[in-house]
Design a protein around this ligand. Structure first.
Ligand code: CA
Length: 226
């Protein structure tokens, strides 16, 4: 059964949406403000989040931003007609879809189905291949020109994280939080030494890297095309 987290401070709407989606066969948990939404998101790891934007304690956009730092879980925003700027900001943050209040429950349920179906289709590949570099996300093995490369767990996590999002620029802080589980370091600059080691292992010319490129003043990105 798919779990949906509904973050909505208007209790009447929350109750109606919850009842309707439960009848459609979902498990639906409700949070009534942004902070509770964040707590329940962490607790439940839901399959989808329905997120009102105007929320007490933590604005819906702030919550969406926090969630997007950690996961690609589908997000459908509930927005008022007058919140067009917020809607655009939300989509730019990576929300998947929105419905405008007042909405019909049938319409919302149709969006939920569509977004879940899309997320299903985008399931992560098990292996990433970029030219001579192969990254097996399941076995955590990396091969370069078909020869195994010996990486530390942090190096593997960093590489996998970057390579899952080719072309996207990450700040050191973002990369640090992506590998936080394995690293106790709290200084974004420690990322630099991991990147340096990683380059020595996977780049033919570490001083002139083909894969992990420095973006000056920002951070790093993974380059798919050398
Ligand atoms: Ca609201």
């Amino acid at each position: 059964m798919k779990t949906i987290l509904l973050v909505e401070d208007e209790r009447e709407i929350a109750r109606m949406v919850q009842a309707y989606l439960m009848r459609e066969g979902y498990r639906v948990e409700v949070a009534f403000d942004g902070e509770e939404g964040w707590r329940k998101y962490q607790e439940l790891s839901p399959d989808l989040i329905i997120l009102d934007l105007m929320l007490p304690k933590l604005h819906g956009l702030e919550l969406a931003r926090k969630i997007r730092r950690e996961s690609d879980v589908p997000i459908i925003m509930l927005t008022a007609l007058s919140e067009e700027a917020d809607r655009v900001a939300g989509l730019e943050l990576g929300a998947d879809d929105y419905v405008t209040k007042p909405f019909s429950l049938r319409e919302l349920a149709a969006r939920v189905r569509a977004v879940l179906r899309r997320a299903e289709g985008l399931r992560e590949p098990e292996k990433l291949t970029y030219g001579p570099l192969e990254i097996d996300l399941t076995s955590r093995e990396v091969r370069l020109h078909d020869k195994p490369v010996d990486l530390t767990p942090i190096e593997f996590d960093l590489l996998a994280y970057l390579a899952r999002h080719p072309g996207k620029v990450f700040t050191r802080r973002e990369l640090l939080s992506a590998v936080q589980e394995r690293s106790y370091a709290s200084f974004p600059r420690t990322i630099d030494s991991h990147i340096k080691n990683l380059r020595h292992k996977i780049e033919e010319d570490p001083k002139n890297p083909r894969f992990i490129v420095t973006v000056h003043g920002v951070g790093y990105k993974f380059q798919a095309e050398g």
